[in-house]
Design a protein around this ligand. Structure first.
Ligand code: SF4
Ligand code: SF4
Length: 521
């Protein structure tokens, strides 16, 4: 027995001794530096990780990540954080993890940053042109002093790269340490990686966008990312992001939720206003419309981190749907004011038309992000449906205050039909996505039910309340038709705002691997 114990102790000692002499990647890196004489010349150290010259025409710099070398130590994340002077919660480079399936076991840490895309979605979406792609190096730089902090690039980038900085009220992102590259120095991440897993290469822009970077990455044809991930091992096609195991809610964007509902209501009110008699009905309908429009646009400013710079939002008109939305809604407010001051068929019709164009821009703002829940058909149905619903409900209330009328009853009835149609459709979609694990919106449906069940129930209650109040208005219960109809409008607005809330928080934002392991716990 004592012999056996002695043997065990000596084996443990032996293993500990062996471990001490193994040397980690960090130790080897440190020893390597110490062995060099004199002050390290960066060029000498990182030559093999850096291109010899500048990219030629049609070429650009790009990251190359050797997955077999990455140990997930996060030295790259720390170096990027420190060299770029990032704030505490900020991170321009992330390390996540890919895992295989039961049939194809696989575990791989993955370091990611901006992919300096050939056709950068961030730049295409920015309403104030706060991104520039360098003609020579191809690096996509963010111009901090131009950014208005609208976060639209965060929605547009399918790799979760631009990061919101709440202290500065803008987003920021990796610029491949362009100033270091300009003087032949390696970017912080390249220099810090003890395993030499990250390198800078020159790539042909024409060859980008043909293959997915990794199985969990977004379709490359969208932005043509330039990073390449190389490995001697085959990455299983079924590999998934380890962080996917956890459902996570996206930003609520409350000011945007209100802005969307109120601008859609204004469009609906001007549209329905064409049916109302000019004296009284249209006059008050237009005033109500321009009032809610003004509140909606005013609230949207609260969404911006740098509202004082927002006047430049027309700069991105050529490519950005957000820029178009802002400009058209500005025009909508002007035409709406005209219709409120001079109510009539022409002014009200013009306001309704500009409103339709504005709401279409809103639809495109979200559809253009290519997020599945925000697809064109579904978003258009939801936004225009809300406009029609609130236009009819609002019109019924306006007419209700003018005294009992057949038109008020008809509008109340139309609102009930549209409200029921929208609600039933949403319920069926939610149920269908929830029950089918392979459904493209399954995770969004789970988020709504598992993480936002209270909001889903509150919305159902508001649907019931607004429908009941609408019906009481139609039958003029107790002679209080106007009050019931007004209550119905208010509860409908609340219900639609909650629906927009779910629209924002339950969407799945594409990302290759989760931001950081912190998110997974
Ligand atoms: S990865 Fe995202 S942030 Fe970087 S250039 Fe491409 S779209 Fe823009
Ligand atoms: S203005 Fe908006 S879209 Fe442009 S960089 Fe800033 S946050 Fe991104």
């Amino acid at each position: 027995m004592s012999n056996l114990l002695e043997h065990r102790v000596s084996l443990v000692d032996e293993l500990l001794k062996q471990q001490g002499s193994l040397g980690t990647a960090v130790m080897r890196f440190s020893d390597w530096h110490e062995e060099q004489a004199g002050v390290p010349s960066q060029e000498r150290f990182y030559k093999k990780l850096m291109p010899m010259g500048k990219p030629g025409v049609g070429h650009q710099f790009a990251f190359e990540v050797n997955l077999d070398q990455c140990t997930g130590c996060k030295a790259c994340v720390v170096a990027c954080h420190s060299l770029n002077g990032l704030d505490e919660e900020e991170s321009w480079r992330d390390v996540g993890m890919l895992v295989g399936t039961r049939m194809q076991p696989y575990v791989q840490t993955v370091t990611t940053a901006c992919h300096h895309c050939v056709d950068p979605a961030c730049a295409n979406g920015c309403p104030v042109l706060a991104y520039e792609k360098d003609d020579v190096t191809g690096i996509v730089r963010h111009l901090d002093d131009q950014c208005i902090g609208c976060s639209y690039c965060v929605m547009k980038c399918p790799y979760d790269v631009p990061k919101w900085n709440s202290k500065k009220g803008i987003v920021r992102k990796c610029d491949m340490c362009s100033q270091r590259l300009a003087v032949g120095e390696a970017p912080a991440c390249v220099q810090a990686c003890p395993s030499e897993a990250i390198a800078i290469r020159i790539v042909d822009q024409g060859g980008m966008g043909k293959v997915r970077m990794l199985p969990t990455a977004f379709d490359s044809s969208y932005t043509q990312p330039t990073t390449s991930y190389v490995s001697d091992r085959v990455v299983p096609q079924g590999a998934r992001d380890f962080g996917d195991a956890k459902l996570r809610l996206e930003d609520a964007h409350w000011p945007l939720a209100w802005m969307l509902v109120l601008t859609q209501m204004a469009m609906g009110l001007f549209g329905v206003g064409l049916l109302l008699p000019v004296a009284g009905g249209m006059e008050w309908g237009n005033r109500l419309a321009v009032g809610v429009l003004g509140i909606g646009i005013g609230l949207s400013v609260l969404h911006l981190g740098q509202p004082m710079r927002a006047w430049r939002c027309f700069l991105g008109l050529r490519k950005s749907w957000l820029s178009r939305e802002i400009v058209v809604f500005g025009g909508f407010l002007m035409v709406g004011l005209l219709a409120a001051v001079f109510p009539g068929g022409w002014t009200t019709g013009a306001a309704a038309l500009v409103g339709v164009v504005g709401v279409f821009c809103s639809v495109m703002v979200y559809a253009d992000t290519r997020r599945v829940l925000w697809n064109l058909g579904s978003t258009a149905w939801s936004f225009f449906g809300t406009g029609l619903l609130l236009g009819c409900a609002g019109g019924a209330a306006v007419m209700g205050w003018m005294g009992p009328s057949l038109l008020a009853i008809h509008l109340g009835f139309a609102a009930t039909v549209v409200r029921t149609g929208l609600f039933v459709r949403d319920r069926l979609r939610l149920r269908g996505a929830l029950m089918d694990e392979g459904h493209e919106n399954h995770r969004s449906a789970r988020k709504m039910v598992e993480l936002k069940g209270g909001v889903v129930r509150a919305r159902a209650v508001l649907f019931g309340v607004s429908t009941l109040l609408g019906l009481m208005g139609m039958v003029n219960a107790g002679g209080l038709a106007a009050w019931w109809a007004t209550g119905s409008v208010l509860s409908t607005v609340m219900a639609q705002v909650l629906e927009r809330h779910l629209f924002f928080v339950a969407v799945e934002s594409p990302r290759m691997v989760s931001n950081s392991w912190r998110e997974m716990h």
